[in-house]
Structures are given as structure tokens and as C-alpha cells.
Ligand binder design. Sequence first.
Ligand SMILES: NC(=O)c1ccc[n+]([C@@H]2O[C@H](COP(=O)([O-])OP(=O)(O)OC[C@H]3O[C@@H](n4cnc5c(N)ncnc54)[C@H](OP(=O)(O)O)[C@@H]3O)[C@@H](O)[C@H]2O)c1
Length: 308
Amino acid sequence: MQVAGIREVGAPVELIDVSEPRPLAPDEVLVEVAAAGVGNWDEFVRSGSWDVGGGPPTALGVEAAGTVLAVGAAVADWSPGDEVMTHPLPLRDQGTWAPQLIAPAALLARKPADVSWEAAAAFPVPALTAEQVISEALDVDAGDLLLVQGAGGVTGGLLVALGTLRGAQVIAIAGPASRQRVSALGAHHVLDHHDRDWPEQVREITEGRGVAAAVNAVPGHAADALRAVADHGRLATITSDPPAEERGISVSNVYVRPDGNQLRTLAEHLAAGALAIPVASTHRLADAAAALARTISGHAGGAVVLRL
Ligand SMILES: NC(=O)c1ccc[n+]([C@@H]2O[C@H](COP(=O)([O-])OP(=O)(O)OC[C@H]3O[C@@H](n4cnc5c(N)ncnc54)[C@H](OP(=O)(O)O)[C@@H]3O)[C@@H](O)[C@H]2O)c1
């Protein structure tokens, strides 16, 4: 089987030949991949700083959407022909940048019929990350003032939408090009991240107190978000660079966790149109290296997807 991946840790992404999928374990499904998401987190896998299971030579990729081809002996919930999406970690065999994927059945969610393969493929990682920030790390309550720094990004937009669904009042920090989209997702205020004094603007909006909860989705900017948090508030960052705690503020660093139950609930929100994924570009498997470079640039302008 020809996949897009690496021959060894740190090697460039290229098309490589790997074995055909092995026979399924009882709890596994075989998925014919229609599309796979590409994120800058794949660069962490390529360079060896995120262990997702498996090992080179291997396909990269940690999220996908496709059609179930076969199910293991103990799988009752899924059948051949079902359209699904998944964040299947730890990988059972190969990554998702491959024509076929072995995934644990427990980590599948149904792909909404009206959602494109591309959007479904790019949904699992940012959606699970956002959910785990909003419902776990920050435990956002209805009425909370929630700051989302990096709201113009793919994960940032889902943070705004999920915070809004929980009844929070969202103050979003985003660039001018993202303002309209972020407002449409439910943000009460959208402040421009080019204004260096935006943390002070947040203080003004909140009558000096700051927000109860904040999430940072911009590498190197967690400390800016911290400035806007009220004493004894909560800050989460998804950028692996949490600032030191101060003023009684709890600080957490969130790294996405596979969770089938959460993904199935998120898929219902996606089906209902309460969540969405803006797809910026679609690439062939042979162009996976270019697709990865595009996400690493930080200027992809939406999700980057491989179409099989
Ligand atoms: N920990 C985890 O498990 C996990 C999971 C998913 C993602 N992440 C990380 O989270 C980060 C964001 O992910 P993403 O999917 O949202 O990325 P993305 O779609 O590439 O978003 C980047 C966006 O951030 C905005 N931005 C840039 N500089 C900014 C600043 N100074 N202040 C506010 N916004 C700024 C830009 O939008 P505008 O200028 O148009 O507003 C840009 O489009 C990435 O570093 C990613 O690796 C971590």
C-alpha cells in the first residue's frame, strides 16, 4: 500500500510503500480513507516529539474520514458501508495518510451526511481539543466570561462555538480578516490581536475584573491571555508553553486525547450546523509534504486536507 509518511523519525514526508493492512483484531475496523486532516501537530510526529504509536516506516496523519470496509469479530456498532470519522490514537498500524486505516471501533463517529469528506476529515483533532478545553480544563459555565485568543484559527473557531453553546459570553481575539466569521460563531466582542493593548481592552469591557476563563491557541502568546484573566480565574493553553501561575489563576496545558464518546457528541453538533470547519485547501496524497508545510506556516487560512 502506498502512503504518505516517513522512512525514519525526522525524515522528509514522501510517498512510501508499506504492507497491506493486517487481519483485524476483534475490536478493530478497516476504513477506506476518503480524506485525512493535516495539522501542524503532524510535524511533531514527523520530528519525533509526539509519540502517536506505531513507528517508521509509517504513514503520518492522526485524523481521517472514510467508509468502513470490514469490522472485527467483536464489533457490533459499525458495519461495512458506514461513513465515519476518527482520531484513532494510539495508532494500531499506520497513520491516516493512507488509502486504508485500521482503527479501534470505539473511536469512530458517524460522518454527518451533509458534511463534506474534507471537513469531516479535518474535524476530529481540533474539535476534541476544543471540547476538552471548554468542558474539562476550563469547565466553562453558562454566563462565564470566556476569552479565546487565536479565535481566527480552526481550533480557535471551534473554541468560540463550543463556548457559546455552553452559554458563555465570548470575547474573541482575532485578526480583521477573521472578525466577521468569529462574530457569526457567537462571540460578543472581537478584539484585533494587532492592538498590543487588547488585554487592557478586555479589562475595560469587564469593568476592570478580567475574564473568569481564557484559552490561548497562539504559540508564544499564553502570557498575553493571562494578563486578561481575573484573579483566581482559569487559563488553558493548547500550545505547550504554559506561563507560570500568578494571582491565584490556575493554568493548564491541554493536549488532545482520543475520545469516541466526545467525538460522537461533537459530530451531532457538526450535523446540526452548530459547529463547522472551514477547509482552506485540499491536496493529493503525493503532495502531503507541501500540505504539511502549509499548515506549519500558520497562514493556511483554514483546515488543510489530503483527498484520497
Ligand atoms: N494541544 C493540542 O492538542 C492542540 C490541538 C490542536 C491545535 N493545537 C495548536 O493550537 C494552535 C492553533 O491551532 P489552530 O488549528 O487554530 O491553528 P490555525 O488554524 O493555523 O490558526 C492560526 C490563526 O491564528 C491567528 N493568529 C495568529 N497570530 C495571532 C495572534 N497574535 N493573536 C490572535 N490570533 C492570532 C490567525 O488568524 P487571524 O489573524 O485571521 O485571526 C491564524 O489564522 C496551533 O499551534 C496548533 O498546533 C494544539
